[in-house]
Design a binder for this molecule. Structure first.
Ligand code: ZN
Length: 162
């Protein structure tokens, strides 16, 4: 069976950035399931997995345009420290990430800099602007169930999880 629209694929992968630093891992303890062709996967990796089958090993580098997009400098802004009054000083460090309610829904913001009582926050996706280097093994490919197709996402071995 090969990966086509509405296939459910189970993957192991290692994701690294240009510097070779590991950004994410899905290993045997935590395999990654996705449904093919429904927009739940970054386009560059989805394209590389198309028509793959169990046992395939795929190494692919995905440029930002086919991953999380280029960084948008307009998404950074300075906010007063009091906006994060519930955050302890130890947690308020460069690189810390928080959820913020915005006009576009809940987004992840990253602390880009701290200058006294001013916090520079960055609303770009943490992987925006990054070329993503994937090393993927396809463990399993199956058809989605009708329930999964109607939900638009895979259900794990225990059934519905959303
Ligand atoms: Zn569901």
């Amino acid at each position: 069976m090969t990966i086509v629209k509405n296939s459910i694929a189970t993957l192991h992968y290692t994701l690294k950035d240009d510097a070779g630093e590991i950004l994410d891992i899905a290993d045997e303890n935590n395999p990654f399931l996705y449904m093919h062709g429904v927009g739940g996967m970054i386009p560059g990796l989805e394209k590389a997995l198309e028509n793959g089958s169990a046992g395939d090993h795929i190494v692919v580098s995905v440029p930002p345009a086919e991953a999380y997009g280029e960084r948008n400098p307009n998404l950074t802004q300075d906010v007063p420290r009091e906006m994060f009054s519930e955050v302890d000083d130890e947690e308020m460090v460069v690189g810390a990430q928080f959820q913020a309610q915005t006009d576009q829904g809940v987004e992840i913001i990253t602390v880009a800099a701290i200058e006294g009582d001013t916090i520079k926050i960055d609303g770009n996706h943490p992987m925006a602007g990054e070329t993503l280097h994937f090393d993927v093994t396809i463990l399993d490919v199956r058809d989605a169930t009708e329930e999964e197709i109607s939900h638009g996402h895979p259900h794990g071995p225990g059934g519905h999880q959303h």
